[in-house]
Design a binder for this molecule. Sequence first.
Ligand code: FEO
Length: 170
Amino acid sequence: MLNGDVAALLNRQINKELYSAYLYLDFANYYTECGLDGFANWYRVQAQEERDHALLFIQYLHNNGEKVVFEAVEKPAQSFTSARGPLAAGWEHEQYVTGLIHAIYACAYEAKDFRTMQFLDWFIKEQGEEEASADTLLKKMELFGSDAKGLYLLDNELGTRVYTAPSLTL
Ligand code: FEO
């Protein structure tokens, strides 16, 4: 059994990861409706990764004899008027998720829950990568997105992203 506060935060993180998947599918829908299929592909793949993150938290809780409790997934609230909008929102969202992961880590540290700290190491690194890729995407859009040819090439590039399963296995 895990420390109660740590277990509660891990359980809450399942919902946050599922919300991330939901949010990124919402971004993908927006891009599909704009005709930017490459951007839509990028966020569909990102949604799959977020779903994987949720599954990892579920499995970790189960591996430690904890009950998993699902809460309602929040409705994505934003509407966008430009192709840049979801990219900026995505970058902000990843910084928010990093804060959540760090808060769980701090709670585990306080509880001397070394097993959970080790489990979270992968997510801390992953968040660094996700923040960097969201930032890169936003910068590319700001550099090239106002030019039709630049946007076309960027859309093609993002269309090549393929899903790969997470490197963490439990
Ligand atoms: Fe699961 Fe993008 O953090």
